[in-house]
Design a binder for this molecule. Structure first.
Ligand SMILES: Nc1ncnc2c1ncn2[C@@H]1O[C@H](COP(=O)(O)OP(=O)(O)OP(=O)(O)O)[C@@H](O)[C@H]1O
Ligand SMILES: [Mg+2]
Length: 166
């Protein structure tokens, strides 16, 4: 069982702040599944997490390379591996692009993680992005009950029990 935290972002800056609060609850070994239509901000959200975790180089889309590795400069999480599953047709290809369960000092972030529930299923922390206007995004994240909730202005977020099908 986990909790669903929802946030209505009205700007990239607000999304980045929310991503920073989310990054603070991540631990080594986590898989983050980023879900949402083209252009909703999956790469943008990843870049904000990476910045918060101490990556000092710019994060860009791994669409063509399918995976990119970033070293962090601070903290217990030493490495972020950023994947994009958009062009992956079958689960068998995941091993070919080097996807594996992250080491205890590494966080794996997969755009389009919902395409492969076998690797981004129950274990993953899910971030779902939806358009709500040109600069608006409705963001929902699942946080396991064993974790603290992101420290974010409580007036801005809605928390509920996740019934599992959202
Ligand atoms: N409220 C918002 N939150 C996040 N991004 C926003 C918001 N408003 C506008 N944007 C813009 O939306 C764009 C999202 O692009 P991004 O490449 O991150 O999307 P994506 O989901 O990774 O796309 P793709 O499916 O092609 O991988 C960015 O240019 C970002 O600045
Ligand atoms: Mg992207």
């Amino acid at each position: 069982m986990d909790r669903l935290v929802s946030f209505d972002s009205d700007s990239p800056q607000a999304t980045a702040q929310f991503a920073r609060a989310f990054a603070a609850v991540l631990r080594g070994g986590d898989i983050v599944s980023l879900e949402g239509d083209l252009g909703t901000g999956k790469t943008f959200f990843t870049a904000a997490i990476a910045l918060a975790l101490g990556v000092t180089v710019p994060v860009s889309s791994p669409t063509f390379t399918l995976q990119k590795i970033y070293e962090t400069q601070t903290g217990a999480i030493r490495r972020i591996i950023h994947y994009d599953f958009y062009r992956i047709a079958q689960a068998g290809e995941l091993a070919e692009i080097g996807f594996e369960a992250p080491e205890p000092d590494t966080v794996a972030i997969a755009e389009w993680g919902d395409r492969f529930p076998q690797v981004c299923g129950e274990k993953a922390l899910r971030v779902c992005l939806e358009y709500s206007g040109v600069h608006g995004r409705h963001i929902r994240i699942t946080i396991p009950n064993s974790r603290p909730l992101p420290q974010f202005n409580p007036n801005d977020i809605t928390e509920s029990q996740n019934n599992g099908d959202s």
